[in-house]
Design a protein around this ligand. Structure first.
Ligand SMILES: NC(=O)c1ccc[n+]([C@@H]2O[C@H](COP(=O)([O-])OP(=O)(O)OC[C@H]3O[C@@H](n4cnc5c(N)ncnc54)[C@H](OP(=O)(O)O)[C@@H]3O)[C@@H](O)[C@H]2O)c1
Length: 313
């Protein structure tokens, strides 16, 4: 049997309960993983609360996309993994559980140097950052402005943009300034006067802006500073992006991601695992919670938590 966090209606954290369910069987092309760490992402709480749309309920459903653990069983046709392999995964749909089934396309061998918590922290954040930076064709000739650079996605954006040779200006609170400077970005505080602070930090201009904050301020400053709107992107205000003529990937965008963009998100996982193992990438880990406190972890994240929050089943 499997212990899984489930819910049968959208709402506050109280809709989540820990249920005992039959351990799922991997179908063709799927992998059954014993989950050792789960990465809590903002989208998990947005889907739970109904802020982000999801299909109608047909019964209790699980949640959670990112995790890491060990392969327990393989469905037909999965050749690249073996039972017992340590893995990191994304795209589970039911990662908040002791065991979960994931499509093999989202499961990657996890090097010994990468802990389960680190492996669980990269799927959505690093996947999004890598795809956005690559889709915007960032190069060493760019000066990139990243809003919310101190968050999970923002920290990954800084690192991928820096690996491509770009100069990076990143917004954060003053309290969290070290998170972005340690990664090689120039920090500016978000809040009143942001436009002038960015102009002072980047007198030669900004060529790419990536909004991971979703505030009016982040959008307005980006529109003011970057002339080419095809090089401004938001991952939060996707529903409004077309009206501004800027790019968006998910975040409520009605435009589905292309196959190439989905491939980039997946490719990010082995790329990031290799960088982590080589000591060339950093993920900031926050508090850990037992599975029973999944709702508490989601609320803490929504209120503003430092580092990636991890559930340990
Ligand atoms: N479209 C997609 O595919 C996609 C994928 C992943 C995430 N997202 C979305 O992207 C957003 C960030 O995700 P995350 O995982 O990086 O979240 P996170 O780790 O919780 O980070 C939140 C960030 O927001 C910053 N922040 C708080 N108030 C701010 C303000 N007024 N102005 C500017 N920044 C502010 C925080 O900075 P301080 O800590 O310094 O205060 C922190 O850097 C979420 O809305 C998430 O749902 C979208």
């Amino acid at each position: 049997m499997t212990q899984a966090i489930q819910y049968s209606q959208t709402g506050g954290p109280e809709v989540l309960s820990l249920n005992e369910v039959p351990t799922p069987t991997p179908g063709p092309g799927q992998v059954l993983v014993r989950v050792e760490a789960v990465g809590v992402n903002p989208v998990d709480g947005k889907i739970r609360s109904g802020l982000r749309a999801s299909p109608p309920f047909t019964g209790p459903r699980g949640l959670g996309e990112d995790g890491a653990g060990t392969v327990l069983a393989l469905g037909d046709g999965v050749e690249a993994l073996r039972v017992g392999d340590p893995v990191a995964f994304s795209g589970a749909g039911g990662a908040y559980a002791t065991e979960t089934v994931v499509d093999a396309a989202g499961v990657y061998p996890r090097p010994a140097a990468v802990s389960p918590a680190q492996g669980a922290a990269i799927g959505i954040p690093a996947g999004t950052a890598y795809q956005v930076v690559r889709s915007l064709a960032v190069t060493g000739a760019d000066t990139v402005l990243v809003h919310a650079g101190s968050g999970a996605v923002g920290q990954a954006v800084i690192q991928f943009a820096r690996l491509l040779g770009a100069r990076v200006i990143a917004t954060s609170s003053e309290r969290r300034a070290h998170r972005v400077t340690d990664l090689g970005a120039t920090q500016v505080a978000y809040g009143d006067g942001l436009l002038e602070r960015v102009r002072t930090a980047a007198p030669d201009g900004i060529t790419v802006a990536i909004d991971c904050a979703g505030t009016d301020e982040a959008i307005d400053v980006s529109l003011e500073l970057v002339t080419d709107r095809s090089r401004i992107a938001t991952i939060v205000r996707g529903a409004e992006a077309a009206g501004w003529g800027i790019r968006a990937w998910r975040g409520g965008s009605p435009v589905p991601m292309t196959d190439a963009e989905v491939t980039l998100r997946r490719e990010a996982i082995p790329v990031t695992l290799a960088l982590l193992a080589a000591g060339a990438f950093h993920v900031e880990l926050g508090r850990t919670f037992p599975l029973t406190d999944a709702g508490k972890a989601q609320e803490e994240l929504a209120a503003g938590a430092d580092g990636k929050l991890i559930l340990v089943p």
